[in-house]
Design a protein around this ligand. Sequence first.
Ligand SMILES: C[S@@+](CC[C@H](N)C(=O)[O-])C[C@H]1O[C@@H](n2cnc3c(N)ncnc32)[C@H](O)[C@@H]1O
Length: 225
Amino acid sequence: MSARPTYTPALGLRVLTPFYDAAIAAFTRARTWRPHLVRQIAPQGGMRIVDIGCGTGTLTRALKRAAPGATVIGVDPDAQVLAKARLRAIAAGAEVTYVKGFFDDDFIAAHGPFAAVTISLVLHQVPLEGKAAILRSAFRSLAPSGRLHIADYGVQPGRLMRFAFRNTVQRIDGFEDTEHNARGVLPDLMHEAGFDNVKETALFPTPSGAITLFQAEKHITGELP
Ligand SMILES: C[S@@+](CC[C@H](N)C(=O)[O-])C[C@H]1O[C@@H](n2cnc3c(N)ncnc32)[C@H](O)[C@@H]1O
């Protein structure tokens, strides 16, 4: 099944989208975890990489900078953030392909398979069944031995991080969708989607709660879940 045909805008409300990059830099300490995520993905020439919910494209540009010979594709249903992503890629001289839409079977048929799928700060905004559907699609879209890389809010370690998460992300994006992440659902959903070697690779305390980096692998080459 594909992702749901609705989505939450980048900062919860469409009117806040112009402030997205500044807010993410300040409230998620993006300059700490994003370079770590790029190193974890380890892009190389010839790799096909997709960034699901790419927003204004910061990660896609960083991946292309790290490996100019890689094919980097960003997909997002929001035309407003994609317009920014395209302008910034042109300004940076980064050849990234941006596709407006959901990460569904049509997208995978047109652009896959991928060596790496990355999803940053998206799943906490998506309802539970949508999270599961995106992860199943990510599994289907990967080539054998391909890897999934996620950066998102997960279990909040300690009272300070729980307080920060509750008073920022949960206020902006709503309680229900975000609470599944805080209860640790992501590793379970990755296993259910068919992934092996699901690992938490790093944890970054931020003013909006702790952001966890995850990695998982597609090992099987037979029947898809
Ligand atoms: C908080 S922003 C994150 C943007 C970017 N990945 C980053 O790290 O800065 C979440 C993005 O996910 C997109 N999005 C929300 N639901 C989605 C879904 N079901 N499938 C794909 N993208 C989605 C939104 O349009 C938004 O641009």
